[in-house]
Write a protein that binds this ligand. Structure first.
Ligand code: URA
Ligand code: CA
Length: 433
C-alpha cells in the first residue's frame, strides 16, 4: 500500500477499507508516514467526510495504537464520562465522587484545558499536593478501595491520537466530526471502561457551535461505542453560557465542594444529576433514571458524596483540609467587582469570550507550554435570565495583577443586558441507541 494512493482515493470520494485505515494509523504512529502526507489526508477527510464503517475502523485502529488499560480487576461495571469541553465546566469534580458514593466504580482519566476550555487535571492540581499520576496498579487499587480515582491519561494511551491531534491543531482540521468522534472514542475505548456517558456540549463555548452538529457527533460516538461493545449514551448539553458560577481552577474546586455539600449553583447540580443518573443506571445500581436520581440526591443530603470527595483528595496525596476550609484556595491578590452599566435582564453571557477573559487572567493556557495560575478566575453573580440593577456586581474578578482593563472590557462586551431574555435549556437532548 502507498499513502499517496490512499490520499487520492479519499480525495476523489472513495471509501477506505478497514485494512487501508489500519495501515494509515499504524504507519503514521510508527513515523513511517510523514506529517505532510498525513496533513493532506486529514484535509481530504475534512472535506469528504467518512462513512460509519470508516470512522469505526479509524477509532479502533487509534485505540489499538498503544496501551489498552485492563480494568477487569475492578469489581462492578466501570462507567466513564467524557465532556467535549466547555467553560466553567466543573462537572467531573462533582460527578466522580457523587456517582462513586452510590457504589458505581469511577476510574477516570481526564485531560488538561487548552485555550478557553478548562481541564479537570488543572483543577485538581489547584489542590495542594494532589497527584494526578498513578501507576496502573495504584489506580486500580484506589478504585477498588474508594470507588473513585481521577488521574491523567497514561503516556501510551492512544498515541496515534496524540500525534494526530497535534497535527490537526496546526492544519485547521480540528473541527471535523469524524476526526473528533474517533479522537474521543479511541481514548475512551483504550481507557477500558465498560460503559460510557458522553456530555456533548453545544453553543458558543463548545466545539459544536450548533445543535445539528452536536446531534451528528453524538449519534456517531454512540454508534462507535456500541460497535466496540461498550454501552454508550450521550447528553447534549448547553454551553452557550458558562456552567455554574465559577471559572478558574481553585474557584472551581471551591464550587465543586459547595455543590457536593448541596449549596452549589443550581445548573451545575442539575447537570450532575442528569449525567450521574445515566451513569448509575449504566452501572447497574438503579433500574430507572428516577431511582438513580433519588440515590444521588440522598448521597448529597447525607454528606456521603462530599465524604467520598474528601477521601479521594486524601488518597491522591492532596491537602484534605481544603475541604473544610476551601477559602484557602482564594489566593489571588485582587478581588475586583464589575458593576452593571445599566438595569435589565442578562440576555447573553457568551461562554467562549468569558472563558478567554478567565484565560487572560492566567486561569488557562494560550499554548500548551503556558503555566496556570490556580488562584485567578471569575465568579459570575448573574446568569442568562437574571434581572440586574445598574451598579450591581455582575462578576467578581480574581486577579494577581491590577492591570485588568482589557479583561473588564471583554466581559462588558460579552455580558449583554437587555429588556428581556430567553433562557437556554440546560439539556437539549439525550441520545441512546
Ligand atoms: N476532544 C478530543 O479529545 N478530541 C477532539 O478531537 C476534540 C475534542
Ligand atoms: Ca463552574
Amino acid at each position: 500500500m502507498r499513502m499517496v494512493d490512499l490520499i487520492e482515493k479519499k480525495r476523489d470520494g472513495g471509501v477506505l477499507t478497514k485494512e487501508e485505515i489500519e495501515f494509515i494509523i499504524q504507519e503514521y504512529t510508527a513515523d513511517r508516514i510523514p506529517d505532510y502526507q498525513m496533513s493532506a489526508f486529514l484535509m481530504t477527510v475534512f472535506y469528504q467526510d467518512m462513512t460509519d464503517e470508516e470512522i469505526t475502523a479509524l477509532t479502533l485502529a487509534m485505540a489499538d495504537s498503544g496501551e489498552q488499560i485492563d480494568l477487569s480487576s475492578i469489581n462492578g461495571i466501570k462507567v466513564d464520562k467524557h465532556s467535549t469541553g466547555g467553560v466553567g465546566d466543573t462537572t467531573t469534580l462533582v460527578l466522580a465522587p457523587l456517582v462513586a458514593s452510590v457504589g458505581v466504580p469511577v476510574a477516570k482519566m481526564s485531560g488538561r484545558g487548552l485555550g478557553y476550555t478548562g481541564g479537570t487535571l488543572d483543577k485538581l492540581e489547584a489542590i495542594p499536593g494532589f497527584k494526578i499520576e498513578l501507576s496502573d496498579q495504584a489506580f486500580i487499587e484506589e478504585v477498588n478501595k474508594n470507588k473513585v480515582a481521577v488521574i491523567g491519561q497514561s503516556g501510551d494511551l492512544a498515541p496515534a491520537d496524540k500525534k494526530l491531534y497535534a497535527l490537526r491543531d496546526v492544519t485547521a482540521t480540528v473541527d471535523s466530526i469524524p476526526l473528533i468522534a474517533s479522537s474521543i472514542m479511541s481514548k475512551k475505548i483504550a481507557a477500558g471502561a465498560d460503559a460510557i456517558v458522553l456530555d456533548v456540549t453545544t453553543g458558543e463555548g463548545a466545539f459544536m457551535k450548533n445543535l445539528a452538529d452536536a446531534r451528528r457527533l453524538s449519534h456517531m460516538m454512540v454508534r462507535i461505542g456500541a460497535l466496540a461493545k461498550r454501552r454508550t449514551m450521550a447528553v447534549i448539553s448547553d454551553m452557550s453560557q458558562p456552567l455554574g458560577a465559577a471559572i478558574g481552577n481553585g474557584l472551581e474546586v471551591i464550587e465543586a465542594i459547595e455543590t457536593l455539600q448541596g449549596k452549589g449553583p443550581e445548573d451545575l447540580l442539575e447537570m450532575c444529576y442528569v449525567l450521574g443518573s445515566q451513569m448509575v443506571v449504566l452501572g447497574g445500581k438503579a433500574d430507572t433514571l428516577k431511582e438513580a436520581r433519588s440515590l444521588l440526591e440522598e448521597a448529597i443530603s447525607s454528606g456521603r458524596a462530599f465524604a467520598t470527595f474528601k477521601q479521594m483528595v486524601e488518597n491522591q496525596g492532596g491537602d484534605a483540609s481544603i475541604c473544610t476550609s476551601p477559602e484557602r484556595l482564594l489566593t489571588a491578590s485582587f478581588e475586583v467587582e464589575l458593576p452593571a452599566k445599566s438595569s435589565g435582564v442578562v440576555a447573553r453571557l457568551i461562554a467562549n469570550e468569558v472563558g478567554i477573559a478567565a484565560m487572560m487572567l492566567g486561569a488557562g493556557r494560550k499554548t500548551k507550554e503556558d503555566a496556570i495560575d490556580y488562584g485567578v478566575g471569575l465568579r459570575l453573580h448573574k446568569k442568562v435570565g437574571d434581572s440586574v440593577e445598574k451598579g450591581e456586581s455582575l462578576v467578581t474578578i480574581y486577579s494577581n495583577t491590577e492591570h485588568i482593563k482589557e479583561v473588564k472590557e471583554l466581559l462588558y462586551k460579552n455580558i449583554v443586558i437587555e429588556e428581556a431574555a430567553v433562557e437556554p435549556p440546560l439539556v437539549h437532548e439525550v441520545i441512546t441507541e
